[in-house]
Design a protein around this ligand. Structure first.
Ligand SMILES: [Zn+2]
Length: 343
C-alpha cells in the first residue's frame, strides 16, 4: 500500500496551499508592521534597493562595492530588528513563515522527501486525523495542570504535584532529545492526559525539525501485520521504512489492539529494529505492568523494562472535567453524562 498517484497529488496540493497561505500571511504581517511602524517601510524599501544594487555589482564582478553594500544591508537588517522589537514584534516577524523549518513547505530537501512529507503520507495512508491540526491545540503551551487534583493521595503526593514532575521530565526529554537516546513509556488509566502529553512531546519535537510518526496501537499493528504478509511489496516496504526510521515513533494506547502471537513478535521486531537504528519510541498505555507481562512476549516486556523510562500518570477523569467546563456543567451534571465517554 504505497502512495497512489491521487494521494501523492493530494499531498503536493496541500503544500501548494500552505505556501500560498504563507505568502498571504507574510504580506498581511508586512502591512500590519508598516501601519504600526511607519519608518519601517522606508527601511524595507532601502533594503530592497540595496539588494538590487548588490546583485548588480556582483554580476559586474565588483566585489568591493558588493561587500560595502552587504555591510549596509546588514545594518538595515539590524535597524529592522530594532524597529520590530520596539513595537513588540518578534525580530523574524517579516520573514516567510512556514509549518516545516526543514523544507519551507515544499515537501523536499535536496531532492529527497522531507520528514513532513513522510508524516503527511503516513497520515493519509493510515487515514488518521492530520496530527498537525491536533497539535495546534495540544502542546506544552496549552497543557494545563489545573485539571489535576491538589488533594494529596495515599502516598502523600497530590496528582497535581506528581504531574508537575512528569511535565518537567517530558520537557527535559524534548530538550535533551537525540534520536535513540531515550524511550518513554507513559502509563496511566483513561483520562489522565497520556495522549495530550504525547501530543505535547510530538509538537515540540516536530517544531525542532525531528520526524515524528504517530500511530494508534491499532494502526501500528495493522501496519505490522501488512508488513509481515507482504514483505515483497515495495510500497509496503517504504511505509514500513518510515515507521522504522522516524526519529520518534509514538504508539498510542498499547493494549487496545487485537493482540495475537504474530503481532507480538512483529512488535518486538519493530521496537528492536528501531533501537538498532538509534531511534526513540514513546508508548502510552492503560495497561499495568502485570497486564503487559500477561499480554506480550517476554522479549517485549524485558525491552520495555530495560530501555524505557517509565512515567506514571494519575488523576481523576480529566476529560470529564474538561468537558464539563466546556459545556458549563457543574458536578451535578457529571453523573448523567458519565456514560457517554469521550476518547
Ligand atoms: Zn518539510
Amino acid at each position: 500500500m504505497g502512495l497512489t498517484n491521487p494521494q501523492y497529488e493530494k499531498i503536493m496540493r496541500d503544500y501548494d496551499r500552505k505556501q500560498a497561505e504563507n505568502r498571504a500571511l507574510q504580506e498581511a504581517r508586512i502591512q500590519e508592521a508598516y501601519r504600526k511602524i511607519p519608518p519601517l517601510r522606508e527601511t524595507e524599501e532601502a533594503a530592497a534597493d540595496l539588494s538590487y544594487q548588490r546583485a548588480k555589482s556582483l554580476l559586474a564582478g565588483d566585489a568591493e562595492t558588493a561587500g560595502r553594500l552587504a555591510r549596509q544591508l546588514a545594518d538595515l537588517r539590524e535597524e529592522r530588528k530594532v524597529l520590530l522589537e520596539s513595537a513588540g514584534f518578534p525580530p523574524d516577524y517579516l520573514e516567510m513563515p512556514s509549518h516545516c523549518p526543514l523544507c519551507q513547505d515544499t515537501g523536499f530537501v535536496e531532492g529527497k522527501k522531507c520528514r513532513c512529507f513522510q508524516q503527511a503520507a503516513v497520515d493519509l495512508l493510515f487515514s488518521q486525523h492530520p496530527i498537525h491540526e491536533k497539535l495546534k491545540e495540544e502542546n506544552f503551551g496549552t497543557f494545563s495542570l489545573d485539571y489535576y487534583d491538589r488533594e494529596p493521595g495515599e502516598n502523600g503526593e497530590s496528582p497535581y504535584e506528581h504531574m508537575k514532575q512528569v511535565l518537567r521530565q517530558s520537557r527535559l526529554f524534548v530538550e535533551e532529545f537525540e534520536p535513540g537516546r531515550e524511550n518513554l513509556l507513559l502509563m496511566g488509566s483513561t483520562g489522565t492526559g497520556k495522549t495530550f502529553l504525547s501530543n505535547c512531546i510530538a509538537e515540540a519535537l516536530m517544531r525542532r525539525g525531528n520526524s515524528v510518526i504517530y500511530l494508534s496501537a491499532n494502526q501500528l499493528f495493522e501496519a505490522l501485520a501488512d508488513h509481515a504478509y507482504s514483505r515483497e511489496d515495495p510500497g509496503q516496504a517504504e511505509n514500513y521504512g518510515w515507521i522504522l526510521d522516524s526519529d520518534l515513533l509514538i504508539v498510542d494506547d498499547l493494549g487496545t489492539e487485537l493482540n495475537n502471537s504474530l503481532v507480538s513478535s512483529e512488535l518486538f521486531f519493530c521496537l528492536n529494529e528501531r533501537a538498532i537504528r538509534r531511534k526513540s519510541t514513546l508508548i502510552s498505555t492503560n495497561l499495568t505492568m502485570n497486564q503487559i507481562r500477561a499480554g506480550y512476549s517476554e522479549r517485549v516486556v524485558s525491552r520495555l523494562m530495560e530501555n524505557y523510562r517509565l512515567l506514571r500518570l494519575y488523576n481523576s477523569d480529566i476529560r470529564l472535567k474538561k468537558r464539563e467546563e466546556r459545556l458549563g456543567f457543574g458536578a451535578a451534571a457529571r453523573k448523567s453524562k458519565t456514560n457517554e465517554g469521550e476518547e
